[in-house]
Design a protein around this ligand. Sequence first.
Ligand SMILES: C[S@@+](CC[C@H](N)C(=O)[O-])C[C@H]1O[C@@H](n2cnc3c(N)ncnc32)[C@H](O)[C@@H]1O
Length: 322
Amino acid sequence: MLVHAIPGNVNYDFAADVRDGLTRRGQKELPSKYLYDDVGSALFEVISHLPEYGLTRADERLLRRNAHEIVDRVAGPAAVVELGAGSGRKTRWLLEAFCRRQQTSYYPVEISRSALVMCERELSDIDAISIVGFEREYLDGLLEVAAYRKPGQHLFVLFLGSTIGNFDRVAGVKFLSQVRNILQPEDSLLLGTDLEKSRSDLLRAYDDELGVTAAFNLNLLARINRELGADFHLPHFKHVAKINEEARSVEMHLRSKRHQVVSIPQAESVVEFEDGETIWTESSHKYSLNEICDTARQAGFRCQVQWVDEQWPFAENLLVAE
Ligand SMILES: C[S@@+](CC[C@H](N)C(=O)[O-])C[C@H]1O[C@@H](n2cnc3c(N)ncnc32)[C@H](O)[C@@H]1O
């Protein structure tokens, strides 16, 4: 077992993105990737255990029950790349099945250094695995892994937890097409997707009773305070989850409880909030089963198998690059 991290080459400008998102006309917005600093990644791990958030448990049940079938269907020999791996906890089922078949190279790609550390710690005891973590944005990491590909080796890409839902539907197709363009024919992608469900289940999942999701969302303002010297007063903002019927998504916002002015010195910005105005921080789009296959086809994949959980509508989709 080898564990090795390729560190710190994440290609983003937090200050510029905060300035652009908070000073634009109309709806203020911050990219959801910034929710995941050390505190945010730890809070997301707690969210994945909450009774209201059935998504991670459904994903894990499907992986646990179907790991061997999934691995048997993946063209080999293959290296495993996981985009936005998080703690990697449920990936264990797939990797153990993989390692029974072959010595396995596993490449988690993560924007959050602390998630990468969690993931490497979580999975490093598996026999016959070597782990090389990439602290990168999704496509940058995938491109680097693809550049290391050995002759005749396939790539098996994992994009679990319905993280695809953070993209709107058009951006989702574009992202999957970009992934496809990095892959070769017969490489595979295992895509986890949360399916449409009732409003009440969705609202509970994104606004839990304990307030962990609220803390996860508010931590984004705390992060701006910590990293950019801002003076957001957190009690003056409230976490809100709302359904967007047209987009078929749940949105997370931070609502200003009063008229207020916040300065963000390292983003060279002073931002005024009206009473009730919101910052849009994340969307989670929900899918139907047929739509996933259409989306896959548009991006250059064929949909080989879909496994659906019986308790929480969620699908694991095995897509093969055409
Ligand atoms: C919704 S969490 C899912 C984590 C894990 N895959 C799961 O299913 O529980 C999204 C993960 O993607 C990472 N992430 C978000 N945006 C990213 C980006 N642009 N590039 C790389 N990683 C990203 C976050 O740090 C986080 O760990």
